[in-house]
Design a protein around this ligand. Sequence first.
Ligand code: AMP
Length: 176
Amino acid sequence: MSAISLDQLRAAVRNIPDFPQSGIQFKDITPVLGDAVLFSALIDHVAAPYRPGDVDVVVGIDARGFILAAATAYRLQAAFAPVRKKGKLPYQTLEQSYDLEYGSNTVAMHADAIRTGQRILLVDDLLATGGTAGASASLIERLGGRIIEAVFFIELAFLNGRSKLQGFPVRTLVAF
Ligand code: AMP
């Protein structure tokens, strides 16, 4: 286990009020990524329950999720697969839409990103309303993946994103 505590990681997250719009408290993780010791500790914490061989594919969510998921995949000697916003992936895709407060969003995965029965770790930087992760989980399940866990560095607990993530364990490292 890492010598760096979750409290130390939490303290390094920078809060940016009113970004990208008024009323949003943006959680900026670049101070964690920009510190070699903290970044490595963050990946240690994400990967801690697992050993190489436990996970087949780490799925990361566009865009900060890619950073954590790719490093975790390397650490666990697993494959990496991206969930991207609709229209960005070049090959055949499966798409999943989800509702926002106003309108909707669509995420996509490559049709061959996951094989039936593969053990999937879903990773993103932050769980807010859970819409993005919920749609990502649906894509993984439609592709035949078995989600062993969804893990997030940060949880905005007051938004109750966990309610959109059911049927598999959800772990968050720090909450605000
Ligand atoms: P949601 O679908 O509402 O759970 O939103 C999750 C996605 O939006 C994640 O990929 C986050 O990177 C991003 N996000 C949402 N709210 C914030 C926030 N306050 N600070 C930083 N990123 C956020």
